[in-house]
Write a protein that binds this ligand. Structure first.
Ligand code: BG6
Length: 293
């Protein structure tokens, strides 16, 4: 057993040099690099790395709520809290064929959390890096309360892109979405693939388990493969909103796109003792190789 006292971030490495950095602040993945050492996640140059503020970039965890309805703070408190390391995590499952480097983090509610959200839970977040450099986040949220509770959840992943105008998402065409720019009104996607020319703040509903983000300029495709996460968050603040965020550069919207799996439209209800598991794996490949995934 290692002595983790005083550790505030963990670096996972693959044998061929890919890496991921995980911070105990928010249980947030703050860096993911490929074998060439290129950073694949966006973090703002103006990010504030001080709890209780969540870091602007990487993979913030939105829990127990996505958005800002009710008494909880926007996107819930999990991303603002200091998580702990589980020194004796359960082993990887035997059918997990690749060699993987992984870490398990835990979050349990504090007295203060219980005052604004009176439900006892245990949140286990496993971050794993496979030999091929793909990054997986597995969340297991367990009700350790005497009563049922409901929650919504999202991985608010900031992907790094070369130029947002050259990016498109495949896998969400023809689906319904809730538009946060129009009081969560429901629309149906009409286009062939999703492209960006203004602010986008949407939750796509009943999505397939594989979604791809194609960056033409960098000739890179991010493939997101997920399970237990029916919805997909898509967010780019564009010019005006960027200027209103203190922890985000005025032009940085061009280099980022938030996309990942979520459970929002139909919150999860957990009975006492029950758990909900979700999975989201990201991998990159050259454009045009999607069918190989
Ligand atoms: C989006 C929300 O998913 O996250 C937006 O729908 C919000 O309304 C954005 O601006 C970023 O949220 P935050 O709390 O990290 O600034």
């Amino acid at each position: 057993t290692k002595d983790w006292n005083g550790v505030d971030k963990i670096v996972l490495r693959s044998p061929r040099g890919a890496s991921a950095r995980v911070s105990l602040h928010g249980g947030q993945v703050t860096s993911w690099r490929n074998e060439q050492g290129e950073e694949l996640l966006f973090t703002s140059s103006k990010a504030i790395f001080k709890p209780p503020k969540a870091v602007r970039g990487g993979i913030p965890i939105c829990f127990p709520q996505f958005g800002n309805c009710g008494s909880l703070e926007q996107h819930g408190f999990a991303r603002n809290k200091i998580w702990t390391i589980d020194e004796n995590p359960p082993p990887l499952s035997p059918n997990d064929s690749h060699a993987k480097s992984f870490i398990d983090l835990l979050l349990k509610p504090s007295e203060e959390d219980l005052k604004c959200w009176p439900h006892s839970f245990e949140f286990r977040l496993r971050v794993s890096l496979a030999a091929d450099g793909s990054l997986a986040l597995i969340s297991r949220i367990r009700n350790v309360n005497g009563k049922p509770f409901s929650f919504s959840f999202a991985y608010h992943t900031y992907l790094s892109v070369s130029d947002i105008s050259e990016v498109r998402i495949e896998g969400l065409e023809t689906l319904d979405y809730l538009d946060n720019l129009c009081q969560k009104e429901r629309f149906t996607e009409q286009g062939d693939a999703i492209t960006f020319e203004s602010e986008v703040d949407r939750v796509y509903l009943s999505t397939p388990n594989v979604v791809a983000v194609l960056d033409h300029e960098r000739k890179r495709t991010y493939v997101i493969r997920k399970d237990g996460l029916p919805d997909v968050v898509v967010w780019n603040p564009w010019e005006k909103k960027s200027k209103s965020m203190v922890d985000f550069g005025d032009d940085e919207y061009k280099q980022m796109l938030c996309v990942d799996g979520a459970v929002i439209e139909k919150p999860v209800t957990l009975k006492p003792g029950k758990a909900k598991s979700t999975y989201s794996e990201k991998k990159t490949m050259p454009n045009g190789c999607l069918e190989e995934f």
